[in-house]
Ligand binder design. Structure first.
Ligand code: PLP
Length: 389
């Protein structure tokens, strides 16, 4: 987003605020729409961003939605998604919630032997999917493999099949969570290949659902190669469908990649402390309003609005919140021009897991969310202090 657009939105709507760029949202959605494999559906993962206006936008762009809670299921229905456009996948779903989901006719992927049995008791004869814990782990993360808490292990599949037969359930799909922010295409494809291998256990297979994975572009990190992804996933699913003797639907659940790089978070400097080794810029926000650092100890790139041409200070800048919490850092060691009171700091790549991950323990109002259209017009899509996720 251009500095003049940001400056004008900040003047009009104040800080702190999240500013979303509609053109980038459309571009990101189109990436998935452009995949060549014909039998596919793309379901945005609502945990990454739960703004109702943005969910309506995504729905209008032809995407479905994946939810992991009844609260988000109801939100999706309110935002215009039909039950057939919603995928419900979670862990440890309560019986009454599973009944509600089954009554609505929303498709569900069950996470365990126990959950499958429960679904069988509630809705015998129905179709559903099963969540698999794949052991392919080239990423070396906690999302898949032995460390992961998600899905059933390969050794449990015989019991899964036995329960499905007992309740006449049709296991028409497999679901995996591949991980998040996977930059390497080889790593991602290795996870997909292992998923397809495990999916061979399921005679009624109609779809394979690949949760998560697509990264947010970051400076200094090679860009994810979507055209090459398109070629490889299309080839894999075409061959797999031929092997299985029917067209297997590819289901994707991007979260982070849909909004990540479409938004900036803007906050004003209220105070500056000059320390021997660094500058401390205290802003009208806190890490609880842009919580990546609280959850992951990672920081978003930051700039001083309108000061791109100014020399960068020798001393690094730490950006801190206007609270007493000693771990309230929005940036550490940033290389910036000397920030002054009244400057606006702009944090990049904050569109996913930003607002939706906020916490309330520091007692601050939720920031305003603003959508900037392609023609530069901007409008509030959630008021300051708006409903907490
Ligand atoms: C099942 C599932 N699908 C999709 C996602 C979205 O992941 P990402 O934001 O990495 O795209 C998540 C996130 O936790 C998830 O659990």
């Amino acid at each position: 987003m251009q500095d003049d657009v940001i400056a004008s939105a900040v003047r009009e709507f104040g800080t702190p605020c999240y500013l979303y760029d509609e053109a980038l949202i459309r571009r990101n959605a189109a990436r998935f729409g452009a995949l060549d494999y014909p039998s596919r559906s793309v379901h945005f993962a609502s945990m990454a961003n739960n703004n109702p206006e943005l969910l309506r936008l995504v729905h209008g762009l032809g995407l479905g939605i994946f939810v992991n809670s009844v609260r988000h299921l109801k939100l999706a229905l309110d935002c215009g998604f039909g039950p057939e456009e919603i995928i419900y996948t979670s862990t440890g779903v309560r019986r009454s919630d599973l009944e509600f989901i089954a009554d609505l006719g929303v498709h569900v992927n069950l996470d365990s032997v126990g959950q499958l049995r429960l679904f069988g008791e509630i809705a015998p004869g129905r179709s559903c999917g099963i969540r698999l814990n794949i052991d392919e782990n080239s990423l070396g993360n906690v999302f898949i493999g032995a460390e992961s808490r998600i899905g059933v292990l390969e050794t449990e599949i015989p019991e899964v099949l036995e329960i499905a037969a007992r309740y006449d359930l049709k296991l028409i799909g497999t679901h995996v969570y591949l991980g998040t922010n996977i930059v390497s295409l080889d790593t991602m494809i290795a996870g997909v290949e292992r998923t397809l291998q495990l999916s061979n256990h399921f005679a009624d297979l109609a779809y394979v659902d690949l949760g998560g994975g697509f990264p947010v572009p970051e400076e200094g990190v090679p860009e994810f190669d979507y055209p090459e992804y398109n070629r490889r996933i299309t080839d894999l699913f075409t061959r797999y469908s031929a092997e299985r003797g029917r067209e297997i639907r590819l289901v994707l659940e991007p979260g982070r990649a849909m909004f990540g790089d479409t938004a900036v978070f803007c906050t004003e400097v209220l105070d500056v402390k000059d320390r021997p080794d660094r500058r401390l810029a205290c802003v009208d926000a806190s890490a609880s309003l842009m919580p990546r650092s609280l959850f992951y100890g990672e920081f978003n790139a930051v700039d001083v609005l309108g000061r791109a041409g100014d020399p960068v200070e020798d001393k690094p800048t730490d950006v801190v919140g206007s609270t007493t919490y000693s771990r309230d850092f929005l940036a550490k060691g940033a290389k910036l021009p000397a920030a002054k009171v009244g400057d606006v700091l702009v944090f990049r790549n904050t569109g996913s897991y930003g607002y939706s991950m906020m916490t309330q323990f520091l007692g601050q109002d939720a920031p305003t969310e603003v959508l900037v259209a392609a023609d530069g017009t901007a409008r509030v899509i959630r008021e300051r202090g708006g409903a907490r996720p």
